[in-house]
Design a protein around this ligand. Structure first.
Ligand SMILES: NC(=O)c1ccc[n+]([C@@H]2O[C@H](COP(=O)([O-])OP(=O)(O)OC[C@H]3O[C@@H](n4cnc5c(N)ncnc54)[C@H](OP(=O)(O)O)[C@@H]3O)[C@@H](O)[C@H]2O)c1
Length: 232
């Protein structure tokens, strides 16, 4: 498989990059600052023929467009696009102390980022025989379980779920498997130290999902990492 992963320098993106390389796949690892991504540079030493590193800020259309043009000259197709990059800002903010910048930035990164990635990379995705798009969402995108804070994160992930559903419908005739996935509660920079899931275990489950490609896809495309439907 040729797998593109955004936010590949840390957390889940890094764990998934390592998992795919271990499995013999080619990884297009997209990060904001390639030279600062030491772990990826180390992986490049051991996998020089199967790891490509690109500079992408998913919230910047021009950055995505430039990288997409470069990628198209270097690989024939993309089998799986993993929109993993995400931010959590203003988590404790309520309506009385809202910082609008946090909401805008959350929407740019968590919602517009995946939309932009799909829009610019679609020609390469459609060249795959078994194309898949995994949008890493969150349980925070569920309306039925939401609380009273973290406006930017909840709204942006809810919108990502909606994007995933529309996209799945839109690309149905092209055979593209599209899913929005809640990965679990992970011990990463974004998560908390006492969260139950390691990014490595989650990467393994997501890898299995990518391989199986869930031939019978659920009607509602918002699932956990085992493919079980999430509450809307
Ligand atoms: N951790 C959890 O418990 C949890 C729960 C549910 C869902 N999720 C979701 O899982 C995904 C991965 O989260 P994580 O826990 O691995 O987070 P993380 O450790 O904070 O890593 C986030 C990654 O996203 C990248 N990123 C942020 N903004 C970006 C931008 N504008 N352009 C490109 N890359 C950008 C970061 O790059 P830099 O290194 O350049 O900053 C970093 O590599 C996210 O979508 C998150 O919302 C996480």
């Amino acid at each position: 498989m040729i797998v593109l992963i955004t936010g590949a320098a840390r957390g889940l993106g890094r764990a998934l990059t390592e998992r795919c390389l271990q499995q013999g796949d080619t990884v297009l690892a997209c990060v904001r600052a390639p030279s600062a991504a030491r772990n990826l540079q180390d992986l490049l030493q051991t996998h020089p023929d199967r790891l490509y590193i690109y500079s992408i800020d998913v919230g910047d259309d021009a950055s995505v467009a430039n990288a997409a043009s470069l990628i198209a000259t270097q690989v024939p197709k993309i089998d799986c696009l993993v929109n993993n990059a995400g931010i959590l800002k203003g988590a404790s903010e309520r309506i009385h102390n809202l910082d609008m910048r946090n909401i805008r930035e959350s929407l740019e990164t968590n919602t517009m980022g995946p939309i932009s990635m799909v829009a610019y990379l679609l020609p390469l995705i459609l060249r795959s025989e078994r194309p898949m798009i995994l949008n890493i969402s969150s349980e925070a995108g569920s309306i039925s379980t939401v609380g009273n804070h973290s406006y930017g994160y909840h709204i942006s992930k809810c919108a990502l779920n909606m994007f995933s559903q529309i996209l799945a419908n839109d690309l149905k005739d092209h055979g593209v498997a599209v899913l929005a996935v809640h990965p679990g509660r992970m011990r990463t920079d974004m998560g908390l130290p006492d969260f139950p899931d390691s990014p490595e275990d989650v990467a393994q489950d997501l890898y299995e999902m990518m391989q199986a490609r869930m031939d019978t896809l659920p009607q509602i495309r918002f699932v956990d990492r085992f493919g079980t439907p999430m509450p809307l």
